[in-house]
Design a protein around this ligand. Sequence first.
Ligand code: ADP
Ligand code: MG
Length: 316
Amino acid sequence: MGGYSIVSDVVIKTVKLTKRYSSWWGSQTVEAVKNLDLEVYRGEIFGFLGPNGAGKTTTIKVLLGILYPTSGEAYVLGKPAGDPETHHRLSYLPENPYFYEYMTGKEILTFYARLFGIPEPERSKRVNQLLDRVGLSRAANQPLRNYSKGMLQRIGLAQCLLNDPDLLILDEPTAGLDPIAHIDIRDLILELREQGKTLFISSHQLSDVEIVCDRVAILNRGELVRIGKLEELLSGGYVEMIAEKVSENVLEPIRQLGGRPSWHDGRLIVEQPDDGSIDRVIDLVRANGGHIISVKPYRRTLEDLFVETIQGGRKQ
Ligand SMILES: Nc1ncnc2c1ncn2[C@@H]1O[C@H](COP(=O)(O)OP(=O)(O)O)[C@@H](O)[C@H]1O
Ligand SMILES: [Mg+2]
């Protein structure tokens, strides 16, 4: 039996995972994932980010056992990826879920509940509960062809929850959704974390994910370029202070505190690292006869980080 030690809190682990696609004539290969090392912990929302073509879906397919790695290893729930023993503990929402459009929301959930072997009367109870949970009770008896994209994503999520999995792997769950539908999905994701589930969510967009992920990995051209807690990756913002009537004596001490002072129309503008040193700069300015006009923090956003990371990757 495979597996690895100290599995309890590591839900997904890849070690030097590499996946190459070959064309049928074998002459050309695409290295979709290169030497990927990842660990996802129990109970977290993990954002798997990167532009289109970065290798996100390929990684997910390896985690699910749909594709075999070219080299390296992948473990899910303590077993090698694809191990049948783990199947009932995980769920997957594909990038473009396929639904039978003439079935109703209720019928599709009932159909899958039957496949999962959930007996009546529990089956009906579970289906109704899930319809309610994803806000589709009123649309339950409408055919799926009448559903909006957001409603289809929600029925897809309900389907993923039928087997009460520990791990949910969602591939681009918010792609193509309008802002309201984004918020609905985001709230559902948060609710699932509250219940102790682990969520692995891929996305090429950022705004919606930024708020909910505990940790993120950024993938570009198959390579992991950043990984970490969101607040750590987003640190490194700065605070801008504007003051007037300040003596030039403050310039050198401000530089020593890591700040970048400059003059504009007799006003002093300082860009200070967001590390608490702004307090001392303010004291310095006041002690030198200055008058503070404004102090404004500029936090980095995930968008900034994404752009910097991807551009940095291109330069190499
Ligand atoms: N079945 C396949 N055969 C050949 N190349 C593929 C196949 N699937 C994906 N690719 C290529 O692998 C790279 C990564 O694709 P993918 O994993 O779908 O990225 P993402 O999900 O991040 O958009 C892309 O260059 C893509 O064109
Ligand atoms: Mg994809």
